[in-house]
Design a protein around this ligand. Structure first.
Ligand code: ZN
Length: 446
């Protein structure tokens, strides 16, 4: 049944437009009319600035259980990873369904309508396959359905602890043994209206060089997205140089893993040649600034990558916070701190990263814009909250990107269906309660 929305203001074609009627049929936008000051009778009114749905291009849902715990005391990236493995070791398909449903519901409340789940928790502890070999991946797909959002399950190949090192105890459940076995298992996953399937190489640490092409070819054969963690820590670069005499980016290029369907996640510590390889191949770079801050990774050269030809997407990754507005502004603000200059990205460019380019990175190139034919996914940000009141609506994009928070998300529509109304999730009634229940159970005695 067709539904009609009236957006007080909407982000259309890279500008704020007042009084926009959005007609929806069959989950898609069927018409957009601008300059309609008064809501016609019977329409659903969206007060504030309506943006295309936000794409969270890099997620590990179970890391949400580490919030707070990861901030206790100090430690390094590698001690953080040990704690993360302890949580991973406690999950099974049932508990992961419950946790991920709550995490994806938190994302929906933050205006995220599509998540890219970089999923490597495939098997039972010790590495024994579940009866349904994709039980964990299926739990994530079902969790996204329950939370009302789209998902791209980036089924991740993870085979080794390091260059030439077999998986360690906690990593056994990540491994399929070799890339050929990974490809068979991942090939059994089925797409659904809300779910698409992509591939990931965990990193050049975790997939031996002679296995990378198998994963890249699997993705190429399906025209599916291919994601990879790249040069997040200097230690990875040093180990890769020692093992292969080239940087991780050069190794991926050599093995056919870069290109317009590929997203390199983090890309923090790059050489000039690495930047040219990524930009020249139109590889997307997924920046995750709140995680990169939290883990002391560093500030990636996002501006140089964009200038070289890489689209930028955004991810909340470890979910230290889930707020795509914070990720978006951090790309610009971190660059200001690094260069002592302002004005690398404007709000429109950052919104593009959070919407259109993020969706393309996840294999939904038709999404991320409010236009006829696009999926009817949109999010309305309040322009009258304590954080956003004051600026004129014509500066709504600047206000959303540089001042709003996830708490300013008022309404969310996915596939034409309201998922969040007046800041409340319509499918998961008590999101904080579900987060608390599932995480308390998982992290007892950690
Ligand atoms: Zn990650």
């Amino acid at each position: 049944m067709p539904v009609t929305y009236h957006a007080e203001h909407a982000w259309i074609g890279g500008t704020v437009v007042a009084g926009v009627v959005i007609e929806v049929a069959g989950g898609r936008v069927s018409g957009v009319r601008t300059g309609v000051a008064t809501p016609p009778p019977g329409v659903t009114v969206l007060r504030g600035l309506t943006l295309p749905g936000l794409a969270n291009a890099h997620s590990h849902a179970f890391h949400r259980a580490l919030r707070g715990i990861a901030q206790r005391g100090s430690g390094t990236f590698w001690t953080w990873r040990d704690t993360m493995y302890d949580v991973a070791g406690r999950l099974d398909p049932g508990t992961y369904l419950d946790l991920a449903t709550a995490v994806y519901a938190e994302m929906a409340l933050a205006g995220i309508t599509c998540v890219g789940e970089f999923h490597y928790l495939h098997h039972a502890p010790g590495g024994t396959p579940y009866a349904g070999q994709n039980a964990m991946g299926e739990a994530l797909i079902e969790a996204a359905a329950r939370a009302g959002i789209r998902i791209t399950l980036l089924d991740t190949c993870y085979l080794s602890a390091g260059f030439g090192a077999p998986p360690e105890r906690h990593q056994l459940r990540f491994s399929d043994g070799d890339a050929a076995a990974w490809a068979v298992r991942a090939g059994e996953l089925k797409e659904r209206p809300h779910a698409r399937i992509g591939a990931a190489v965990h990193s050049v640490r975790a997939v031996p060089a002679d296995q990378i092409a198998t994963v890249a070819e699997w993705a190429a054969g399906r025209a599916a997205p291919l994601h990879v963690h790249l040069s997040e820590q200097p230690a990875e670069n040093e180990a890769c140089l020692a093992a292969h005499g080239r940087t991780p980016a050069a190794l991926l290029a050599e093995r056919g893993a870069l290109g317009p369907r590929t997203s390199a996640v983090h890309a923090t510590h790059l050489t000039g040649d690495d930047i040219a390889l990524l930009g020249g191949s139109a590889t997307t770079v997924c920046m995750c600034p709140t995680t990169e801050r939290d883990l002391a990774d560093g500030i990636g050269p996002a501006a140089d990558l964009a200038a070289a030809g890489s689209p930028i997407s955004l991810g909340s990754d470890s979910h230290a916070v889930i707020d795509l507005f914070e990720e978006a502004r951090a790309v610009e603000l971190d660059e200001r701190l690094r260069t002592l200059r302002r004005g690398h990205w404007n709000a429109a460019a950052l919104l593009r990263a959070a919407t259109e380019d993020g969706h393309a990175s996840l294999g939904w190139p038709e999404a991320g814009r409010i236009e006829a034919g696009a999926p009817a996914d949109f999010v309305t940000v309040a322009l009258d909250s304590v954080r956003t009141a004051g600026p004129p609506p014509s500066l709504g994009a600047e206000t959303a990107v540089f001042a709003a928070s996830a708490a300013d998300v008022r309404h969310v529509v996915v596939n034409g269906r309201p998922i969040v109304r007046d800041g409340a999730h319509l499918l998961v009634t008590d999101v904080p309660g579900e987060l608390s229940r599932t995480i308390t159970h998982l992290t007892a005695q950690l």
